[in-house]
Ligand binder design. Structure first.
Ligand SMILES: Cc1ncc(COP(=O)(O)O)c(C=O)c1O
Length: 396
């Protein structure tokens, strides 16, 4: 069935004139088919609508943030109440302390929190803190891992210089020998290791690391007096109700959070243990909107939802398993060759015989490509949950 797209085409044309390339970053649909919706009009619960009124079930959750679905009322109510009082003021509000306390209570390794806007702010603040810890330079980072779009980590290097990542040392994810070699080659100058809790890069298969590898990272950091950073921006509260590596008994010194904890309101966080507190005090990091109160109030309410919905835990985990199982069937179906990863936000990777655009933007294309049982289940699930999809797989 052809979708109406007159408004979409018109606004794309306008965007081409006033926005470089018509769109930039991960939100660009430039490589997708012409009728793929670049702009959306609204969203509610698990559904969203484009400018021409076409309705979609959103498996992407805005690339992660909408843990409880769009416009989830208890969180919006908290945000509205704070907005009545004020948002970006000359000083922070009490909501900042409330949110820091809620995080410290929720995340085992955390003794303090600092807030910022995007995941990239949190990962950049983490490496600055690690370098400040012992005055060292080297940050060990898994090759190909995505930690954001700052000079030191952007995957597209145009406009950056080699010096921007002169002290970023790459090793192979989940490869103990490679990690040990990186430590040895930089002995005395390792500030920290930054690692995602599971391998979730867009252009490769996803997998959970061997717990031994996570434990080795912890041990090597301890031996070298370096800080271990877990980048939980994508996986946060989708693997555990704690820092993700808590599941394998590994507590980092720093962890980075974004996406998950304010249900779409713009805020991210760096959490740290007491060991890293002085380093965190010694650095200068800030931003005009980093102290805005509305996202913090939304964050406090979201963390409360995550903490209190105990009764939902096994149901959520069970539903997630049920929801994803047809993808295994689809994987074996020659018409739709896909692979799926272990974590969430749920992701399918389409491989072989798929046009380049679909390989480049697999998650975007999944909502228009995958049919049959899987779509049926998704639809039923969305209906069953009355339009509200708690999309994180949080284990009991
Ligand atoms: C693991 C990880 N770290 C950092 C980031 C950067 O977050 P942001 O896009 O909010 O700057 C992302 C974004 O997807 C991510 O997945």
């Amino acid at each position: 069935m052809a979708l109406a797209n007159a408004k979409q085409l018109a606004i794309k044309e306008r965007a081409q004139r006033v926005i470089p390339g018509g769109m930039y970053g991960h939100e660009s649909t430039g490589l997708l088919p012409e009728n793929f919706p670049q702009f959306l009009a609204r969203a509610k619960g698990a559904r969203m609508w484009d400018l021409d009124g076409n309705e979609y079930i959103d498996y992407l959750c805005a690339y992660g943030p909408n843990l409880f679905g769009y416009g989830y009322e208890p969180i919006e109510e908290a945000a509205r109440a704070q907005a009545e009082l004020g948002d970006t003021l000359t000083a922070p509000s009490a909501a900042m302390v409330d949110l820091a306390e809620a995080f410290v209570e929720q995340v085992s390794h955390a003794d303090w929190a600092k807030f910022c806007k995007n995941g990239t702010d949190a990962t950049s603040m983490a490496i600055v803190t690690a370098r400040a810890f012992k005055g060292r330079r080297k940050i060990l980072c898994a090759e190909g891992a995505y930690h954001g779009a700052a000079h030191w980590c952007t995957p597209i290097r145009t406009g950056t210089v080699a010096e921007d990542r002169a002290h970023i040392v790459f090793f192979q994810y989940n490869d103990p020998q490679s990690l040990e070699d990186a430590f040895k080659a930089n002995e005395g100058d390792v500030a920290g290791v930054i690692a995602t809790p599971f391998r979730h890069e867009v252009f490769s298969d996803q997998f959970l690391p061997d717990p031994e590898y996570a434990r080795l990272a912890r041990r090597l950091c301890d031996e070298a007096d370096a800080l271990l950073i877990v980048d939980d921006v994508r996986a946060g509260f989708r693997i555990a109700r704690d820092c993700s590596w808590e599941k394998v008994g590994v507590r980092p010194d720093l962890s980075c959070w974004g996406k998950c904890f304010a249900n779409g309101h713009p805020i991210s966080a760096l959490l740290g243990s007491d060991k890293a507190r002085d380093a965190a005090i010694s650095t200068f990091v800030t931003g005009s909107f980093w102290f805005s109160a509305v996202p913090m109030a939304a964050g406090v309410r979201t963390l409360r939802e995550i903490r209190d919905r105990t009764a939902d835990r096994s149901r959520t985990a069970g539903t997630a398993t049920w929801f994803r199982s047809p993808a295994d069937g689809a994987r074996d179906n020659a018409d739709v060759p896909v692979r799926r990863g272990p974590g969430l936000p749920y992701r399918l990777r389409m491989v072989e015989r798929m046009p380049r655009a679909r390989r480049l933007f697999p998650s975007l294309s999944q909502s228009v490509r995958i049919g049959g049982a899987w779509r049926g289940r998704a639809k039923r699930y969305a209906e069953r949950s009355r339009g509200r999809v708690p999309c994180g797989q949080v284990e009991p």
